[in-house]
Design a binder for this molecule. Structure first.
Ligand code: ADP
Ligand code: MG
Length: 277
């Protein structure tokens, strides 16, 4: 949902969670919004507004492109979408009834979109059973917000859990504000020990922060890697960084880093991984 907001050009993203997200996930943004006519399409399987030509598919610049998220979420929760575009006379709200039938009605909402997901897996008890404790599920959600906030400094993020504010990150302008956000998300100690890097070669640009060996971790929990703004988990990269630290870190310690790789999007196949990681 947050990726959809970013794709819509949102600069303010608000997330409200209840019961670790199982009772409620609400994402509100100030992005471009969805036309009333398009609302039913947004929840149709494999419907996306992000791919218009075959060329687009060869160089995916948006975070989404498969048109699967809303359709899947709609099939396992009580979903509603309220949205307004710049020029619409009023906002519209699409709501799915218990039987899955959609209803569309006028609503009040500033430009942007609010997606509300209630009672996740209410109709699929087997999957509901696999949800972990509230704390654990909440932790997963917070990590998702954390990663996207590290990848998109230009956007502001707010996170509340059970009505309690957890994160309030304003959009960052300039290096000082980016470092402040880094300290909030990765800890003041990381920032103190981090070296800013920027290196360009062979049409690749690598920038970000790497921690000096004095700051290492007992687990690999502070290792973030982004390719063109997308969170990526890749063994090759993990291994390469490990090798680079080989002579300066004890064997059982893990390096900490936040790295951004910029690369020609035609060279990236975002489809290689089912969850695009
Ligand atoms: P995808 O992101 O792959 O296109 P989704 O199922 O996530 O698929 O979303 C379907 C469509 O709904 C998107 O292509 C977009 O047009 C629209 N949409 C979803 N969320 C938003 C949002 N927050 N703001 C504007 N449009 C949205
Ligand atoms: Mg999407």
């Amino acid at each position: 949902l947050l990726e959809n907001s970013l794709d819509a050009g949102a600069t303010r993203l608000e997330v409200d969670l209840e019961a670790g997200g199982a009772r409620l996930v609400r994402v509100r943004d100030d992005g471009a919004g969805i036309e009333a006519d398009d609302l039913p399409l947004a929840i149709a399987p494999h419907a996306t507004s992000k791919i218009r030509t075959l060329d687009d598919l060869e160089r995916v610049l948006s975070l989404g492109f498969r048109g699967e998220a809303l359709a899947s979420i709609a099939s396992v929760s009580r979903l509603s979408i309220t949205s307004a575009t710049q020029h619409a006379a009023h906002a519209s709200r699409l709501e799915l009834g218990a039987g899955g039938e959609a209803s569309l009605a006028p609503a009040a909402h500033p430009r942007g979109t609010t997606v509300e997901v209630r009672e996740l897996f209410f109709n699929t008890p087997a999957r509901r059973k696999f949800l972990r404790a509230e704390r654990t599920e909440y932790g997963h959600c917070e990590e998702v917000v954390r990663r996207l906030a590290l990848a998109h400094f230009e956007a502001g993020f707010q996170l509340r859990h059970n009505q309690k504010p957890v994160l309030a990150l304003r959009p960052c302008h300039g290096e000082v504000e980016r470092e402040q956000r880094l300290a909030v998300l990765c800890g003041e100690a990381f920032l103190q020990q981090a070296l800013g890097i920027e290196f360009e070669a062979s049409g690749l640009l690598l920038r970000g922060w790497v921690a000096q060996p004095a700051f290492s971790r007992a687990s690999a929990d502070l290792q973030y890697f982004f390719v063109n703004g997308r969170v990526v988990r890749d063994r090759l990269v993990t291994h390469a960084v490990r090798q680079a630290y080989r002579d300066v870190l004890y064997h059982e310690r893990h390096p900490a880093y936040v790295l951004y790789l910029e690369i020609d999007p035609t060279l990236v196949d975002v489809n290689v991984h089912p969850t695009k990681h």
